[in-house]
Design a protein around this ligand. Structure first.
Ligand code: SF4
Length: 689
């Protein structure tokens, strides 16, 4: 098939892997996916897609798909009817509330769920159970973006539309590897760099873009804040700021200027390992550009001080006056890792925020939601994901519903996560496969994947796009939307939204920033960014043209000092491990590992420098055992120059190999986002058993 052939059996949908949000045309034959093609008129991808979106659909027909509900009987997960499974869930939730009150119940939602499903699950927890114990997987990745960008600018998203990269003339790409993790974005950035735009890459690894960069800054993992302060120091010292913007639209300059006297490039070089002249050169390149852009990824957020990292990085466009519709820059954009991680938070699947980021502690916000939902909303913030696990281990949590997350594979210190699930009297898991988490569940509910359901996703630059079912889910599998409705009904409640379209419309009544959105509008227009306050107004692709959304209408500079990471190398654990993604796989790999046509990266690899390989007697391609203070992983060594000596890297797509048993429980103080990017480890050749 070519992407231009007319075909009545094509279904336009949005990719369910990364947060770029590529529009895809799914070619269907006999209720099976025959091909997936990048939509030539896709708003973000413009006819492009990567290996995941195009070819990773073989999992749909995998013999391992769950096709019937399972309930644990005499220790074994046993097939039952939907009625029986829903009854067990409803009875279990009721019992948990009776024994421990509403706060004895919690749910973890995810980017795998549509906006409408995320909306429904938070509504279920708040109005049927009576708790704010709902969270989503952004807790583990971009929660510091939401907190940091809100504190700096007022809204929990990137400031400008990605299409503006076409006019940006300098890119500062920090802690991101878009060539592998967001390939369509990576390709567009590469085109801009090859076309003459300046490119600064700040990343400990020689990621794909670094090979084309004017400057590659390689900070030691965990030292981002010092690096950003060094760049800001040079901007101020060399007069590369926008005094009018700082006077009229920002606040916090005096405090930041005082702090930055402690961060001259020479001191920053000592902390970060980045040569002082490179710090100065990068600041000059960014500061002298006409339209500079900051783009960042999880290398900024997944740290002990991730929110400080976001905020101090956001200082740069504020100092430069390159944000707020000034025409002088692109602002700042977080590359959201997963397809709908932005939307899951937008919809209020968060313990402290209602749909549209309105605080549960705000009586006016609660009153608006209560008027729409017809039920009271609890005023006390609920538990975050790590707190849910602690509560389960301490017997305070009696029921946990996990929707689309394999928490045993993807959350840090996975051995402790499994202990928490085993301690919880009722664990319900909505899944495609019998994941690690599902193996610890009492009830496993088979659900539809992104190619089998209707709704919407929100991509990394805040665009709502439609998701459409191309094929039917296998066997008895149902959508998460149907399952949540059914459990509510079994508990005697009607959630009131018959269809996903109803749910999005209702969400718009509860949250003014989504009031202009509907499935009908998205069907007509393709993509609409939020905020979008009215059906007859365009969404705001560029934010803050008139004022920032902070209480005083100004952008807020952050004067947070640099603080060291949670773990440092020592004699016992002399290496620093960074975890991340690889190009062909997605998260726990449950879908991409079952693609059937992805033969590369079939095992977990550990990247390390030749000096470390020689020091520890490890050969390229040989099995290697990695130990941390928390656990052990067995991987295959890949020796090369992409990392500095003393640092190693691996992905978390292969749960059997135990990567997330290595990572610690250190987490960002503001958001509880785990410090996946800094773990002290040691390694040795694996001895055959
Ligand atoms: Fe596009 Fe990301 Fe999907 Fe690849 S994984 S097709 S870049 S949305």
């Amino acid at each position: 098939f070519t992407s231009r052939q007319p075909d009545p059996d094509r279904v336009r949908t949005t990719c369910g892997y990364c947060g770029v949000g590529c529009a895809l045309d799914v070619v269907v034959r006999d209720d099976r996916v025959a091909a997936v093609l990048p939509a030539p008129d896709g708003p973000v991808n413009r006819g492009h897609a990567c290996v995941k979106g195009r070819f990773s659909y073989g999992y749909l027909t995998s013999a391992e798909r769950l096709t019937e509900p399972l309930v644990r009987r005499n220790g074994a997960l046993t097939p039952v009817s939907w009625d029986e499974a829903i009854g067990v869930v409803a009875d279990g939730l009721r019992a948990a509330v009776e024994q421990g009150g509403p706060d004895a119940v919690a749910a973890i939602s995810s980017a795998r769920a549509t906006n409408e499903e995320n909306y429904l699950v938070q509504k279920f927890l708040r109005t049927v159970i009576g708790t704010n114990n709902v969270d989503n997987c952004s807790r583990l990745c971009h929660a510091p973006s939401a907190a940091g960008l809100t504190a700096s600018f007022g809204r929990a998203g990137g400031t400008d539309p990605f299409d503006d990269v076409e006019t940006a003339d300098c890119f500062l790409v920090v802690g991101a590897n878009p060539v592998e993790a967001h390939p369509v974005v990576g390709a567009r950035l590469l085109q801009r760099a090859l076309g003459g735009a300046a490119l600064i890459v700040a990343d400990p690894r020689a990621v794909g873009l670094a090979r084309h960069a004017d400057l590659h800054l390689r900070p030691r993992p965990g030292t981002n804040v010092a690096l950003f302060h060094g760049l800001a120091h040079v901007l101020i010292a060399e007069g590369l700021t926008d005094p009018d913007f700082l006077r009229d639209r920002a606040t916090g300059l005096d405090e930041l200027t005082t702090l930055l006297t402690d961060y001259p490039p020479t001191r920053v070089a000592e902390i970060t390992g980045v040569p002082a002249e490179d710090v100065t050169a990068a600041a000059r390149l960014y500061g002298r550009a006409e339209r500079p852009a900051v783009i960042y990824g999880l290398g900024v957020t997944e740290h002990l001080h991730g929110t400080d990292g976001v905020r101090t990085l956001a200082n740069l466009p504020i100092l430069r006056g390159a944000v707020g519709g000034t025409g002088h820059g692109f602002g700042i954009s977080p590359l959201r890792g997963q397809n709908n991680v932005q939307g899951a938070s937008d919809m209020g699947a968060l313990p402290d925020l209602l749909p549209g980021y309105r605080r549960v502690t705000d009586p006016e916000a609660r009153a608006r939601a209560e008027a729409v939902w017809g039920r009271p909303v609890p005023p006390t913030p609920g538990l975050r994901i790590p707190e849910m696990f602690t509560a389960a281990r301490e017997s305070r949590l009696r029921a946990l519903w996990v929707i689309g997350e394999d928490v045993c594979a993807t959350d840090p210190d996975s051995r402790r996560v499994a202990e928490a699930l085993d301690a919880c009297p009722l664990v319900v898991v909505n899944e495609l496969f019998l994941s690690e988490t599902a193996r610890h569940a009492d009830v496993v509910l088979p659900v539809a994947s992104w190619l089998e359901k209707d709704g919407t996703f929100v991509n990394f630059d805040r665009r709502f796009q439609r998701v459409r079912a191309a094929v039917r889910p296998p066997g008895m599998a149902r959508t998460d939307f149907d399952v949540i409705q059914a459990v509510a009904a079994a508990m005697g409640s009607d959630l009131g939204c018959r269809t996903p379209a109803d749910a999005l419309s209702e969400c718009g009544r509860a949250a003014p920033v989504f009031a202009g959105l509907s499935h009908a509008r998205l069907d007509r227009e393709g993509a609409v960014p939020w905020p979008c306050s009215s059906p007859d107004r365009a969404g705001e692709a560029t934010l803050y043209a008139e004022e920032f959304a902070t209480p005083d209408g100004r952008a807020h500079l952050s004067a947070a000092p640099y603080l060291p990471p949670g773990e440092e190398p020592d004699a016992d654990y002399p290496l620093l491990l960074v975890t991340g993604r690889r190009w062909a796989h997605y998260n726990s790999g449950s879908m991409t590992r079952r693609g059937g046509n992805l033969l590369l990266d079939a095992r977990g690899l550990l990247d390390l420098h030749p000096e470390d390989a020689a020091r520890y007697g490890v050969r390229d391609g040989a099995p290697v055992t990695v130990d941390s203070r928390h656990g052990q992983a067995r991987l295959i060594a890949r020796v090369g120059p992409d990392l500095a000596p003393g640092q190693v890297f691996c992905a978390f797509h292969f749960p059997d190999e135990g990567v997330n048993s290595l990572t610690s429980e250190h987490a960002d103080a503001v958001t509880s986002c785990p410090e996946y990017k800094v773990t002290a480890v040691r390694l040795r050749p694996t001895v055959p058993e």
